[in-house]
Design a protein. Structure first.
Ligand SMILES: C[S@@+](CC[C@H](N)C(=O)[O-])C[C@H]1O[C@@H](n2cnc3c(N)ncnc32)[C@H](O)[C@@H]1O
Length: 269
């Protein structure tokens, strides 16, 4: 089963609701808030206009406003359902505008933005080079590109060699993430697109006592594996309940390596 985000605009409202709830859980976790503050504070502060590509329901938008303080923020996402939820969330905030749009065709003018951010989007794209070309087009010379995503091939919930719970992470890689390795190839792709001053940083994310996001990822990955005919419903339910048992026992461990990349469009471009 391919990554559902590849066809996000045709997903049912139930799927959109599950995605939105999972993104909200992740963005609210103290560990993720710390990681976001860490990379977002390295962005130009108080930029005139920031474009958030793949803004979803705006789970991360508040963190961008808090940590980079742009004067205006435009968010684009191909899912009308997610954009509608984002509009409701920021209806009283004149700084934020949410529009339906794609990473390959944002609908924005040339050189309009000081900063372009894509937060956990590139691992879901079929054409990362096309998205980089679009980011280049809409950025002004001297503008900043920031891409943050999981190096999802590192996801682990294993406590020992051959731990069956790890099958939930490999199921997530097969069914929920189009390209788990993209962050390893991205620096070369970003340089090939013409960007300079490319800096990457690793951000360790580990959850033990209250792994709300990882539990929702496990739930979505076993459901997706069951829908793809990989897992029977008993195995899917058993793995999800094993994860909950470990949380209740205080033995759960889960970790993901996230990576941020910040690059610049040269002033003479
Ligand atoms: C994992 S979610 C992250 C959402 C949001 N950035 C956040 O951190 O909460 C991935 C997002 O990428 C969006 N997406 C999928 N394909 C896209 C595309 N071709 N162009 C732009 N966004 C896309 C999805 O709709 C979804 O909102």
């Amino acid at each position: 089963m391919p990554d559902l985000y590849l066809s996000i605009s045709s997903q049912s409202d139930d799927v959109i609701e599950a995605v939105a709830a999972s993104m909200d859980k992740r963005a609210a976790e103290p560990e993720m808030r710390r990681i976001c503050a860490d990379y977002m504070r390295a962005l130009p502060q108080s930029a005139e206009v920031l474009l958030e590509i793949g803004c979803g329901n705006g789970s991360t938008t508040g963190l961008l406003l808090e940590n980079a303080r742009p004067r205006a923020l435009v968010g684009v996402d191909p899912s009308e359902g997610l954009i509608e939820r984002g509009r409701r969330r920021f209806r009283d905030d004149p700084v934020v505008e949410f529009l339906v749009g794609d990473a390959l065709a944002t609908g924005q003018g040339d050189g309009m933005f000081d900063v372009v951010v894509a937060h956990t989007v590139f691992s879901h794209l079929a054409d990362p080079q096309g998205a980089l070309a679009e980011a280049w087009r809409v950025l002004r010379p001297g503008g900043t590109l920031a891409i943050f995503d999981g190096d999802y091939a590192t996801n682990t919930v294993a406590l020992f060699d051959g731990d069956p719970l790890q099958a939930t992470m490999t199921a997530a890689q097969r069914n929920l993430i189009h390209d788990p390795y993209v962050m390893r190839r991205l620096p070369a792709l970003v340089r090939a697109a013409g960007f300079g001053a490319c800096r990457t940083r690793a951000h360790g994310y580990m959850q033990t006592e209250t792994p709300d996001y990882l539990l929702s990822l496990i739930g979505r990955s076993v459901d997706a594996a069951a829908a793809a005919g990989e897992f029977g419903s008993e195995l899917a339910a058993g793995l999800a309940s094993e994860a909950s048992r470990r949380v209740a026992d205080g033995t759960f461990y889960g970790a993901i390596l996230f990576v941020s990349l910040i690059a610049e469009k040269p002033l003479d471009a």
